[in-house]
Design a protein around this ligand. Structure first.
Ligand SMILES: Cc1ncc(COP(=O)(O)O)c(C=O)c1O
Ligand SMILES: N[C@@H](CCOP(=O)(O)O)C(=O)O
Length: 462
C-alpha cells in the first residue's frame, strides 16, 4: 500500500513515513493510493473476532509488513490492555432501534483514546526501531490533547506540546491535560478558540524548514493512522450488533473536525454496509449547512454545551472532498485555493446529490441537547454526554422504522458536568476523574500569537 497526498504534489510514501509526515508536505492530507475492499464473506468471518483481532486484520491491509506482525500485535494488546471494558468499545442497547457504542472506556474517558493509545505505542516503537526523534505538536478542543498526552507521557524519545483554547475546554478536560507533570509534556493554553490553535499548528507543519528542524509529528486526525485506527470500531460495532445481517444499520456520529465520520466513510468504502452515515453537530453547524445547501463556509464561532465540537474549520473535510471530486488532486487543490481566497466553496447539481447520498446531517441546538439528555435519563436511566446527545438527536431525526441505529458515545458524561448540571441531573464522578481535582496544574497561558508560541516550542523541543 502506498500513500499519496490529496493535493498530488508529494511522492508516494509507505506506512511509517506517512505516519511521520502527518500533514502532507504539499499542505494536503495523506490518503491510501487505493482503498482495499473487504468481501462480504470475509466480513462474515470477522464476526467472531475480538476488537484486538479485528484491529490486526484491518491494519494488515495498510501496513505493508513494515511492522513485523508480532510487534504490531504486542502494541495493539498493550494499547487496549488498560481499557475498562473487555470489549474495548462495547455496545449498549437503549431500545429496539437504538444502540449506543461506548467509546469512552479508555484512560481519558473519550473516544480519542481508541486511536491515541495505539499511536502512543506506535510512536514509541518508531523512536526505538528507526531512531526517529518524535516531537509531537497538536491542537485540541479538549479530548485529543488529554488522550494524546496520556498516550505518550513519560515515554522515552518523545516530547509532546498541546495547544488548547484557554477557558474553552471543560474543567475535567483541562485537569486531564494540565495535571500531568511528566517533563516530556508542555501544555500551552492559548487565548483564542480551537480554530485559532489548529490554524497555528497547521502553519507550523506547512513550514517544512521548521517542521524538519524540530522533528514535528502530528497526533491530530490530519494523521492518516488516526483515521485508520478509528475505522476499527465501525467494523466492530456493526459486527457485534444483533440483527445487523437482517436490518439496515445507520451510524450517528457527533462530529467536529470530521475525523470520526471520515473513518466511517472509509469503512463504508472498504465494504462495510452502513446504510446512513449521520453527521451530528451542534450550533457550529458548518457541516450540516454543507450537506443541506452545498456551501462550505466557516462561520463565526459559538460556545456550546458540547465544546469538543466547537469547530468551524473541519480538517478532514479535505479528505472527503478529494473522494467527492473522484480523487482528482488538481481539482481538489483548486477548491482548497478558493476556500482560502474566498472563504467558502460550493458544490451543486450532481455533486451535491452525492453529498446528500453519502451523509445526513443535523446541527443540534443547545436547548435540544439538554432535552435529549433529560429524556433518555428519565426514559431509560442512561446518561448521555452532551456530544452523544447530539448524536442521539440526529438518530431521532433520520431513523426509519425498518432500521437500527448506532449512536456513538464519544465521551463519558463526567467530562462535561457543566452541561449535565444544567439539566438538574447529579452524577458521581468515576474515581480517576474525581482524583484530578486534588492535583496541581501545569500550563503556560499564551496570547494568540504565533511568534510567542514558536518561542515556547523552540525552548521545549530544544
Ligand atoms: C467528545 C467528542 N465528540 C465528538 C468530537 C468530534 O469528533 P471529530 O473531530 O472526529 O469530528 C470530539 C472531538 O473531536 C469529541 O471530543
Ligand atoms: N474535538 C477534537 C478536535 C481535534 O480533532 P482531531 O480529531 O483532529 O484530533 C479534540 O478533542 O481536540
Amino acid at each position: 500500500m502506498e500513500y499519496i497526498s490529496t493535493r498530488g504534489k508529494v511522492a508516494a510514501r509507505g506506512f511509517i513515513d506517512t505516519v511521520l509526515m502527518g500533514l502532507a508536505d504539499d499542505g494536503g492530507l495523506m490518503v491510501p493510493a487505493e482503498i482495499p475492499v473487504i468481501s462480504p464473506e470475509k466480513l462474515e468471518e470477522w464476526r467472531s473476532l475480538s476488537f484486538q483481532e479485528l484491529f490486526l486484520e484491518i491494519f494488515s491491509y495498510y501496513t505493508n509488513d513494515e511492522i513485523p506482525y508480532d510487534d504490531l500485535k504486542k502494541m495493539v494488546y498493550t494499547s487496549y490492555g488498560n481499557f475498562r471494558a473487555p470489549e474495548v468499545t462495547p455496545l449498549h442497547r437503549v431500545n429496539d432501534s437504538l444502540y449506543v457504542l461506548e467509546l469512552f472506556h479508555g484512560p481519558t474517558f473519550a473516544f480519542k483514546d481508541v486511536a491515541l493509545q495505539f499511536m502512543g505505542e506506535l510512536y514509541s516503537y518508531i523512536a526505538k526501531v528507526r531512531g526517529e526523534i518524535i516531537h509531537i505538536l497538536g491542537a485540541t478542543s479538549g479530548d485529543t490533547g488529554a488522550a494524546a498526552i496520556q498516550g505518550v507521557r513519560g515515554k522515552e524519545g518523545i516530547k509532546i506540546c498541546i495547544l488548547h483554547p484557554h477557558g474553552k475546554v471543560s474543567k475535567v478536560q483541562e485537569l486531564q491535560m494540565t495535571t500531568v507533570d511528566d517533563s516530556n509534556v508542555l501544555n500551552l493554553s492559548v487565548e483564542g478558540n480551537f480554530d485559532d490553535c489548529q490554524k497555528i499548528i497547521k502553519e507550523l507543519f506547512a513550514d517544512l524548514d521548521f517542521k524538519g528542524r524540530y522533528h514535528l509529528r502530528a497526533i491530530n486526525s490530519i494523521n492518516f493512522v488516526r483515521i485508520l485506527a478509528q475505522t476499527v470500531y465501525y467494523f466492530h460495532a456493526y459486527l457485534q450488533l444483533p440483527g445487523s445481517d437482517q436490518k439496515k444499520v445507520n451510524i450517528s456520529v457527533p462530529s467536529g473536525n470530521f475525523g470520526n465520520i471520515f473513518s466511517g466513510f472509509l469503512a463504508q468504502r472498504m465494504g462495510l454496509p452502513i446504510h446512513k452515515l449521520i453527521i451530528a453537530t451542534n450550533e457550529n453547524n458548518i457541516l450540516e449547512r454543507f450537506v443541506v445547501t452545498g456551501e462550505y463556509k466557516p462561520g463565526s464561532f459559538t460556545g456550546t454545551y458540547s465544546p469538543s465540537m466547537d469547530i468551524q474549520v473541519a480538517s478532514n473535510f479535505e479528505r472527503y472532498l478529494y473522494y467527492l471530486l473522484d480523487e482528482d488532486a488538481e481539482k481538489l487543490s483548486r477548491y482548497m485555493g478558493t476556500l482560502q481566497s474566498e472563504g467558502a466553496i460550493t458544490v451543486d447539481g450532481e455533486l451535491l446529490a452525492r453529498v446528500q447520498a453519502d451523509f445526513s446531517a443535523l446541527g443540534v441546538k443547545n436547548a435540544q441537547c439538554l432535552e435529549i439528555i433529560s429524556k433518555y435519563q428519565q426514559e431509560s436511566g442512561y446518561l448521555l454526554d452532551p456530544h452523544t446527545a447530539c448524536g442521539v438527536a440526529a438518530y431521532e431525526k433520520f431513523s426509519a422504522p425498518d432500521e437500527i441505529s448506532i449512536a456513538y458515545a464519544t465521551a463519558h458524561p463526567a467530562k462535561f458536568d457543566e452541561a449535565i448540571a444544567l439539566t438538574g441531573i447529579k452524577q458521581e464522578f468515576p474515581a480517576p476523574i474525581a482524583a484530578l481535582f486534588e492535583l496541581p496544574q501545569h500550563q503556560v497561558v499564551v496570547d494568540h500569537d504565533k511568534a510567542e508560541i514558536v518561542r515556547q516550542l523552540v525552548a521545549f523541543y530544544g
